[in-house]
Design a protein around this ligand. Structure first.
Ligand code: PDD
Length: 287
């Protein structure tokens, strides 16, 4: 069964799913994206993901490619056509197709939209969480507007590949003050000795992760305190636990940073209980 994508108004097999060579996403990374988890047939936290898409589009002055309601229908249809019960739905909107020129194209240029979905084995992620993952650290060399979920991800791609080559899963970016900003595709957290969750404020330097926000709700439900402040790698190494969050990754324990163990080098209880309670707290929309 071929995978089906939605591309600018049509549902097409991936083999035929193409965009124009002068799509501004291709030429300038002039576009934004969202990744939503699909779990047990539900789209997880669709409302906050589409709210963030709206914000990213507004920040870049790109208009919606269709109404929000229509996009919700397309997302559900792509999930249905690909028989995704567990996995993800990806959407990308660019400023559209126009002769290459840095200036914005004519006002009547239609934004381009692609929606894809794929299956992910939920057991693989659960097994990974039981073992925990390793991270490396790298200087944060990204632009200042990482709050926008732009498809311009070259520093993230290079960081992630470096992590893989070092036998790790994720790279944590470090700012000029020696504080952790976030992972290349995840938000970063620690749990202090008194059980407080610590994560960087989302006002500056990080993407406001949807999973991050839901984990705060999960923490409230479990009676855990959350402190929004930056932390150093030294503090993370001395912490009781560390973990990362993102759509589909959910809450993933971090057991080593730059090959040094976090606490006893095993996944922490807090991370695993946040992970276990996540689905109950998150918004679920039938796909
Ligand atoms: N990444 N920070 C960065 C830089 C990210 O790319 C992501 C998500 C997050 C977590 O955001 P959320 O909880 O809303 O998924 C934080 C997605 C999953 C990706 O690029 O594939």
């Amino acid at each position: 069964m071929p995978r089906i994508a939605y591309v600018n108004g049509r549902y097409v097999p991936h083999a035929d799913a193409t965009v124009h060579i002068e799509d501004r996403g291709y030429q300038f990374a002039d576009g934004v994206y969202e990744v939503c988890e699909v779990a047990r047939g539900y789209i997880v936290d669709m409302t906050p993901h589409l709210d963030r898409l709206d914000r990213s589009l507004r920040e870049l002055r790109i208009s919606w490619p269709m109404s929000r309601k229509a996009l919700e229908i397309v997302m559900a249809e792509v999930i249905r056509r690909n028989h995704v019960e567990n996995g993800m739905v990806y959407l990308q909107v660019t400023r559209g197709v126009a002769p290459r020129d840095h200036y914005f194209p004519a006002a009547n240029t239609a934004p381009a939209i692609v929606v894809t979905a794929k299956r992910i084995d939920p057991h693989a992620s659960a097994t990974k969480a039981q073992a925990g993952v390793k991270v490396i650290t790298l200087p944060d060399n990204r632009w200042e507007r990482v709050d926008i979920k732009s498809v311009g991800l070259l520093p993230n791609v290079l960081a992630k590949q470096k992590a893989r080559e070092a036998g790790a899963t994720e790279a944590w970016f470090i700012d000029a003050d020696g504080k952790v900003t976030e992972g290349a595709s995840t938000n970063a957290w620690i749990v202090t000795s008194d059980g407080t969750l610590v994560t960087r404020p989302a006002e500056h330097g990080i993407l406001r992760g949807v999973t991050r926000t839901t984990v705060m709700d999960v923490a409230a439900k479990l009676g855990l305190k959350v402190e929004e402040r930056a932390f150093t790698v030294e503090e993370a190494l001395k912490a009781k636990e560390a973990f990362i969050t993102a759509a589909t990754t959910l809450v993933m324990p971090v057991v080593a940073i730059d090959d040094k163990p976090v606490a006893n080098g095993h996944p922490g209880e807090t991370a695993l209980s946040l992970r276990a309670a996540f689905f109950d707290v998150a918004e679920k929309t039938q796909a």
